[in-house]
Design a protein around this ligand. Structure first.
Ligand code: FMN
Length: 355
């Protein structure tokens, strides 16, 4: 009996299984207008028909300057809501839950597409000056960001809430807040990137205030039946940096604020991070946070084998697994894994002759 292929319920929503598609930037909004295109419909749609329980959009910006590249998706205007509505409808028609990752890139904004080198794009070339908790560049060659004023930080909280309200109207059934990988919220969490002296800096309480205030504002903008997830980097792999103990403490606060699951990733905030990657290298974070706080967790990172994924949920390391690159290699991974584990999985009726 497979646990991976049993449904999971969060609040009022039941997902058909515990294989979820992780958020993955596509850098493919053609006109640099943040509007999803046919690429996003086919990319997300084929992963839904491939059998995942939940399909999440890429990091979707809550303001235009929060985009990692000018070609990222956004949910800061009505044109974007309309384009997303078509995609959410299709994902749901395939039996998967449509989820959106709401994001702001902070000092890592305004860069080029990875396949064009990924370097910062200057304002004269269609980029912009990014904002951050403190005026510290990510690395050599990156621009020095503008330090957000306290009023601007409050504006960002409002932007997340407005984006959540639009997400609900666009038909998303799950929202995830991106507080990982060295993007804006993670920059506020870390003592290395947040040197502020206002209410959003200083102590642990000050540095976690932005993530927490956004979680509360987003929660208030969603129906109570709808699940809310937060993705964190459970460690930033540097001395005196954000670590697992901080993540456990933050997860407790997020749980009290109405967050239903912590999606446990790691790293990305500092270029000199020291980490070793191996299959399932972040699973221990999901287990530790689940055990210490009682909140549901998602495990992600080099999960690619059906038995490995089954073991993670069956042993209680995490409630779900999220797959990224393996889902790029094979959108039908969930159907293949179900077969390998001897579990029942419906196929799209159009494909039944191949079963
Ligand atoms: C092409 C690509 C784009 C990604 N974009 C995002 C993103 O938008 N948001 C995010 O939180 N993580 C992003 N990630 C990280 C993945 O969600 C995932 O955490 C990571 O790839 C590890 O999982 P994997 O070993 O299954 O690929 C991206 C990864 C890839 C490969």
């Amino acid at each position: 009996m497979s646990v991976l292929f049993t449904p999971i319920r969060l609040r009022g929503l039941e997902m058909r299984n515990r294989v979820w598609v992780a958020p993955m930037c596509q850098y493919s909004a053609d006109n640099a207008d943040g509007v999803p295109t046919d690429w996003h419909l086919v990319h997300l749609g084929s992963r839904a028909s491939g059998g995942a329980g939940l399909v999440m959009t890429e990091a979707t910006a809550v303001t235009d300057e929060g985009r990692i590249t000018p070609w990222d998706l956004g949910i800061y205007n009505e044109e974007q809501v309309t384009a997303f509505s078509r995609i959410t409808k299709f994902i749901e028609s395939q039996g998967a839950a449509p989820a959106i990752q709401l994001a702001h890139a902070g000092r890592k904004a305004s860069t080029n597409r990875p396949w064009l080198g990924g370097k910062p794009v200057a304002p004269v070339d269609g980029g912009w000056v990014p904002g951050a908790p403190s005026a510290i560049a990510y690395n050599e060659g990156y621009p020095q960001p503008h330090e957000y004023t306290t009023a601007e930080v409050h504006g960002i909280i409002d932007a997340f809430a407005a984006a959540a309200e639009r997400s609900v109207r666009a038909g998303f059934r799950v929202i995830e807040i991106h507080s990982a990988h060295g993007y804006l919220l993670h920059q506020f969490l870390s003592p290395h990137t947040n040197l502020r002296t206002d209410e959003f800096g200083g102590s642990f309480a000050g540095r976690t205030k932005l993530t927490l205030d956004i979680a509360k504002a987003v929660r208030a903008a969603m129906p109570t039946t709808m699940p809310l997830l937060v993705r964190i980097s459970a460690s930033e792999y540097v001395d005196e940096g954000w670590d697992l103990d901080h993540s456990v403490a933050l997860s407790t606060l997020l749980k009290d604020a109405g967050v239903d699951m912590i999606d446990c990733s790691s790293g990305g905030n500092l270029p000199h991070q020291k980490l070793t990657v191996y299959p399932g290298y972040q699973v221990g974070f999901a287990r530790a946070i689940r055990e210490a706080t009682g909140i549901s967790t998602g495990a992600v990172g080099l999960i690619s084998e059906p038995n490995q994924a089954e073991g993670i949920v069956a042993s209680g390391d995490a409630d779900v697994v999220l797959l990224a690159r393996e889902e790029l290699r094979d959108p039908y991974w969930p159907m293949r894994a179900a077969k390998a584990l001897g579990a029942e999985h419906e196929w799209p009726v159009q494909y039944a002759r191949a079963k």
